[in-house]
Design a protein around this ligand. Structure first.
Ligand code: FE2
Length: 292
């Protein structure tokens, strides 16, 4: 019997409220897993959080008898709050993000005038990965690919033959992530995507979001490098950097801020933890006026 490479098992979970995809990535039932980009429910009008979505992930992990090694964030999300601390508390694992999160923390410490004790050294996370780092998820080999542009800190996670792209590319008929948040840059995103598209064409690509175009297809999460090269409406292989930058900047100027950007960023740069409670025991999030 010849030794064959283990196949990456991927179970997606859609958060319909924010159109975010979270994933459990594992080697085999009873084996090891990573959780990618878990979502904490958040009702902005009431300020209430919930773990309904994350519990579906936890139930799957229990059902498949998986040991969680990592809880991976592709970046500090601006559209949803991270459920990474809840997942770690329930099933263990180390919360990890790209090392350039420190730049994002520095930007938003100023925007939100955060408390002096808030450190911009990434120490809120269990582990910071650097570009090119390798790690394992049980029998699966994994590699970290730095993919900035949407934010300065985005990482793509290549786990076996499955690439988790975060907010870089979206499905081919949707295109690419916006680049107008503080620290974002369209030319940088273009170069990051070129790097991802150098992977073998059959590499499976898993999106962080899907925003189905009008006309009614269902949410999808998976495509391949080859399909993106041929068909991505913003970044197929004959689009030049200058063309992409002009398109992206023009389009970004028309996009409203994500509904949950203000609460999300404040929580996600703390690895999904809430700010410290005030002296009445209540946790508050701030709204900077006329700043973002
Ligand atoms: Fe994002």
């Amino acid at each position: 019997m010849s030794a064959s490479k283990p196949v990456t098992q991927v179970q997606p979970f859609l958060d319909p409220d924010t159109e975010t995809w979270s994933y459990v990535v594992y080697d085999h039932p009873g084996g090891s897993a990573a959780v990618v980009d878990p979502v904490l429910d958040f009702d902005a009008p009431s300020g209430h959080t919930g773990t309904g979505g994350a519990k579906a992930i936890i139930e799957f992990l229990h059902r498949e008898k998986l040991t969680v090694e990592w809880v991976l964030e592709t970046h500090a999300h601006a559209d949803h709050l991270s459920a990474a601390p809840f997942v770690r508390q329930q099933v263990g694992g180390s919360i990890a993000i790209g090392d350039r999160i420190t730049e994002v923390q520095a930007i938003f410490r100023e925007v939100f005038n955060l408390e002096k004790a808030f450190l911009v050294d990434g120490s809120q996370f269990d582990h910071l990965f650097r570009d090119g780092d390798t790690f394992r998820v049980g029998a699966l080999e994994a590699r970290v690919i730095y993919a900035p542009g949407h934010t300065p800190a985005d990482m793509a996670w290549l786990i076996g033959d499955a690439l988790f792209v975060g907010d870089t590319l979206f499905m081919p008929d949707v295109g690419s992530a916006r680049c107008d948040f503080p620290g974002g840059d369209a030319a940088t995103l273009y170069r990051s995507v070129q790097k991802l598209l150098e992977l073998p064409e059959e590499t499976r690509m898993f999106m962080c979001h899907d925003y189905p175009p009008a006309g009614g297809r269902r949410h999808r999460c998976e495509t391949t490098v080859g399909e993106q090269k041929r068909n991505n409406i913003h970044l197929h292989q004959s689009v030049s950097e200058a063309e992409f930058v002009a398109m992206r900047n023009k389009r970004d100027a028309t996009l409203p801020m994500p509904r949950l950007i203000i609460p999300s960023i404040q929580v996600n740069i703390r690895a999904g933890q809430m700010p410290p409670a005030e002296d009445n025991g209540t946790v508050y999030l701030k709204v900077p006026i006329n700043k973002l």
